[in-house]
Each structure stands twice: as C-alpha cells, then as structure tokens.
Design a protein around this ligand. Sequence first.
Ligand code: GLN
Length: 547
Amino acid sequence: MINMSDTKYIFVTGGVTSSLGKGIIAASLAKLLQARGYRTTIQKLDPYINVDPGTLNPYEHGECYVTDDGAETDLDLGHYERFLNVRTSQANNVTTGRIYQSVIEKERRGEFLGKTVQVVPHITNEIKERIQILGKSGDYDIVITEIGGTVGDIESLPYIESVRQLLWELGEHNGIVVHLTLVPFLSAAGELKTKPTQHSVKTLMESGIKADILVCRTEHHISEDIKEKLALFCNVRKEAVIQSIDASTIYDVPLLMQEEGLDTVTLEKLALPNTTEPNLDQWKEFLQRHKNPKDKVVIGLIGKYVELPDSYKSIQEAFIHAGATNEVEVEVKSIHSEHLSAKNIEKKLQGLDGILVAPGFGERGIEGKVNAVTYARENNIPFLGICLGMQMAVIEFARTVLGLSQANSTEMNKDTPDPVISLMEEQKNVTDKGGTMRLGSWDCHLKEGSLVHGVYGTSDIEERHRHRYEFNNKYKDKLEEAGLVASGLNPKTGLVEVVEIPSHPWFVGVQYHPEYKSTVANPHPLFVGFVKAVLDHKQKQNNASLA
Ligand code: GLN
C-alpha cells in the first residue's frame, strides 16, 4: 500500500457530444491506478432531477444498477465494480435531485435560518461535500468523479462550478481535470478535425476550468501533428493529449490507455510517484481467454427492452466474464418477449443452446416469457430466470404442471385466483414508487445437495435484489411435490430466493440479480455454471446428431 496523506481528486468531464464513454475511461484510469497500488474509487454525478434512476424506464437511461447498500444507480457504477472489483455504494452516485432534496430538507430543518438559499453557495457546497465524502472516509487514495452530461449544458453548470471551487480549495497537484472529447473524421475532407475539441475546451475555460489532460475519442489514429495542434490550442502539454481509439471490447481500454500514458501523465499531474508498473496480469489473462475461445454458444436473452442493449448491461457483461472462464464465446441473442407466442416459439427459439428470461416490470411481454420458459423446460434446454424471469418460471410451472391455468403474479393480474407471486404484507401499504422495493444485499441459504449449492460451492450467499413481488409460500409445498424445488431461502424471512427443477439438466430461477456482482476478477458462479451447462448441452446435442 502506498502511504498518502491526502486524497487526490480526478474530475472527468465530457465535451462535444454525449455517449463518448466517460464511464469506461474513468474506470480504465481507475484500473491503472489501482494496479499500481493506489486505493481508487469512482463516483458519478448525474445532472438530472430524479432523486435516483430507479424510477426511469430502461429505454431512458439503460439498466438501473443496484449496489449492496440498496442504492438504485447509474449503469456506469456497474462498470466501476466490474473493472475495479471494489464495491460501490450510495455515495458513488449523486443526482441533482438528491442534492436539491438534501438542501431543501436542511432548509426546512432551519439549518440556513435567516439566509436566502441559493445555487451558489448552497447547492455547490452540497455538491462539494458529496464529492469529498468518499475521500474523507479514509478508504481511498484517489477519488475519480465523473460529471455526467456535456460541458455547456445548463443543467451541468452547478457541478462545473463546484469542481472549479474545489480545484482551487484543494490546491495544485491535489485535483486535476481529465476532459473527454470527440475528434471526428470528416470523410469528405479526409481529415480528423480538432475544432470541436478546441471549442469544448474553451467552454470549460469560460467556467474557469483548465483541462489538465485531454482524452480524444476517435475512429482513426491521431497523428503526432494533430496531437501537437490540440496541445497548442487547448493549452495542455503534448503528453497530456491521449488518443482513445475505438476498441473491439471495453476491456481493452485500460491497456490502450496505458499504452498512451494516461496513467503516467495523471501521476505526474498529481505529483504522485511513478515507481511501480501497473500489475495487470490477471486482467491480461482474462482478455487472453476472452479473445481466444475454444467454442461458441448462443444464449437467448428474452426481454422486453431488447431494442436498447444497455437495458441488460450487467447481464451482457456477466456473460463475457463467464464466457472467458469457460473459454467459450457467448453470443447473446436478444429476443423480444412481446413477439413470442405458443405458435411461433419453436421457430423463434430453435437453435439456442441456452435461455435466459430477463428481469422486468409490468404486463407487456409477459406471456412471451412464460412461453419461453415452457420451451426451455420441456426441451431440456439450460435455463436461467432472473427476478421477473424467476417469477415467470414459477407461474409457468404452476400453470402447466400443477394445472392452475390462471396462476399469475398480482403485479400482472390483481384478481388472479392463484397468486403464486404476490406482494409481501409490508409492501401492501407502500404508495411511493421511488426507493421502496426490496433493494440491495440480502442473505440467502442454499439447500445442501441442490444444483445451486454445487454451483456456488457454499451454503450461505449474499445477493442483490430489486423487486416488489415475491414467491407466495402458500404454494411452496404443492410446487415442490410437483418438482419445482425452493433451493434457496432467506434465512430470516423464509422468502424463496431460488427455485430449480432437479429433473431438468439445468433449470434455475433466482429472485435476485446475480449479474450485478459479476466482475472481471470474480466472474459470477451462477453465470459460470450456466454457461458451462449451456456448453455441455450444445456438445451433447452435437454428439447426438453425429451418432
Ligand atoms: N416486476 C417484478 C417485481 O417487482 C420483478 C422485478 C425485476 O425483474 N427486477 O417483483
């Protein structure tokens, strides 16, 4: 461990356009610093007014990522955890809504008594406080704070002003700004263009902030000449102009950033010693396995937000981790549950080596998910149901095997005669939608001898939840007698967290979200086990067709 007296702060801002991948750059820089022994964490400040993204439709903002402490957060936090293998928390994601909520609560309590409460200094003070919470915890040497949005946006202004003040307060070498921009290629001119970056740096300057490092997203190599030009016009040193070229996988980005010297220039700007090389052995081994698969499997992801791949970001990434462990390429084929009927299911799902029914909310696309479960169950195809996917597996089993043809979740049909999935008592009087689900990490005890017990290799696990409805224990005995076993239970409440079908080669439904905890360093056992089962299934099918 490196001995440091003060926490250093790195602010990552973005210009020119959104979707440049600030989260991946922040996570990659953090990885490089962590690999040199610095205790590093990342925080995301989002400029929207929702208190958290929990109430946003995935189409708006992609997946909602959940932390151990039950915060519903931006999907970038998922990247942070996957890259760093360090848990994040409520403090790692702050929105404008939360800032205002907290300032207004303080005002009501009389904490500013006699004063007019204003954006500057009250909102900016609150932002500065939130930025420094992680640093002051003593747990980190370096805190990277990613400012959501693009410089120049009206809604980002208080954040930019807070960064300006904080840089001044922290003093030289204790805080720096990494500015991410786009260097577009104009095919008509056959050239890379630096002007948008110049303008974006100028916008930042107008707010009193000088970029220390420029990370330039590009589809083509940036020549030394262009780097020099960018350096001269953007007021940075040439070594601080970092090319970030399109990569075939996000997991290449830390290595590309290392090649470009992003970590060395960062250390220099922060006046930190650059004595050790980053140790990225494990990372490189993962990449090696990821890029050299020995086989390939196709897994159907049955969901209703499939038009936007970011809706299932953590699931997609967990498959990459599990694929690398199994040395197999996992092709995730997104299938819209709304388009699946009993009639076309065979045609739509044939050829899949495994089936995953995804999480989700509301009635749309539900029957398609039930049909997909039937198909997987009856054809012995490895199946993983996550959250709503697990609930659909229970509904399908109750309907088809127990003959309770109208079995349903009370989320979809309040008046179902067989509510196999229903609301817990404590949820019945909940009226607020934000932050009121069963959220965050919960204990689960796995039944000895069950499939999941073997997969995890342990009896007691903790997994993250995000749902309101639950397996209805009134149906547990009947379902178990018929062959759907509750193999994971909450030790305190007795709530069913895992179901499986022992007579099926690999059929598991989990009420929690294993995908949130899968990282490069620790691929999730359930995904690793599922991909292995899918591969075995494929190989058996191939052998059978050859025989
Ligand atoms: N809609 C279901 C519930 O609230 C499942 C949620 C989910 O899949 N995350 O219980």
